[in-house]
Design a binder for this molecule. Structure first.
Ligand code: AMP
Length: 281
């Protein structure tokens, strides 16, 4: 596995590999890798000749300085996990390498970013779109791999690819969970044992809400009951629970046949912000 820290190295390598007819897969990450990340890498390794994984804690997508400061950073461990998963190129740049000067360009995804993560984390998707665009330009992937764990991020990246005509295929992978249902996340490492013990409630609440959606319980009632269920565990501070259209991500007031619904939740637990989601077809 090659390790590049400069944009120039990655760009030159990717261009050469492309010219040689090799198929390139890109897996962007912020590191502190877990099985969710590694499944994306393995899938890329099966479908592509080169798997480029990036490990970069992107400051422009953090709206909370403490969250950025406390974000787990485990570069050696990440490098050791990536090679056996089939990664051929690891891109680990510094902040000044990715942002030699602050980006001035601002993205506006309209209604897509005015809900959920976009509404609660001002500037978050601008930072995501900036770094993802940079990575697409540098790594020149034929295929980019993202996780459904970040449901709204996938919608934003899909829009970015369409609007800027990025010539690549987006592959989305289902959320990988711990055995008790908690969605794997780098931030889980920051949970205290007590918080970790109650954390699966987030998934249970989503499951209960999904059952209610299937039974036709009105969205407002589903939302209310999910909030009440989460409130039973006082350690949780809910930020939002939304019942939304899975394509537009806009909250819904009723169900329409053939239109999938997505349930999205964000909550704080012992100072750690957790998100999860579930699609109901
Ligand atoms: P992150 O390092 O958290 O920015 O995530 C990097 C990529 O891995 C994103 O596309 C995430 O959606 C994806 N990812 C993170 N956690 C999971 C998970 N539990 N299951 C599947 N994909 C995930």
């Amino acid at each position: 596995m090659l390790i590049f820290t400069t944009a120039a190295e990655l760009r030159a390598y990717a261009e050469q590999a492309r010219a040689a007819g090799r198929r390139l897969g890109l897996v962007p990450t912020m590191g502190a890798l877990h099985e969710g990340h590694l499944q994306l890498v393995r899938a890329a390794a099966q479908a592509c000749d080169e798997v480029i994984a990036s490990v970069f804690v992107n400051p422009t997508q953090f709206n909370n300085p403490d969250d950025l400061r406390l974000y787990p950073r485990l570069p050696e461990q990440d490098a050791a996990a990536l090679a056996p998963a089939g990664c051929t190129v690891l891109f680990m740049p510094t902040v000044s390498e990715v942002y030699p000067q602050p980006a001035v360009l601002r993205f506006d995804f309209g209604a897509l970013e005015q809900v959920m993560e976009g509404a609660h984390r001002p500037g978050h998707f601008n930072g995501v779109a900036t770094v993802v665009s940079k990575l697409f330009h540098l790594a020149r992937p034929h295929v980019a791999y993202f996780g459904q764990k970040d449901f709204q991020q996938v919608a934003i990246v899909r829009q970015l690819i369409a609007d800027l005509s990025f010539d690549l295929k987006l592959v989305v992978f289902p959320t990988v969970r711990e055995v008790d249902g908690l969605a794997m996340s780098s931030r889980n490492a920051r949970l205290s044992p007590a918080a970790r013990a109650v954390a699966p409630l987030l998934y249970q609440v989503l499951q209960q809400a999904a059952t209610q959606v299937r039974l036709g319980v009105p969205p407002a009632q589903v939302q209310q009951q999910a909030l009440a269920a989460l409130a039973q565990e006082s350690a949780f501070i809910p930020e939002y629970i939304e019942v939304a259209d899975a394509h537009s991500l806009q909250p819904i007031t009723s169900y329409e046949a053939g239109r999938p619904v997505v349930l999205c939740v964000a909550a704080h637990l012992g100072g750690v912000r957790l998100i999860d989601n579930m699609v109901v077809e």
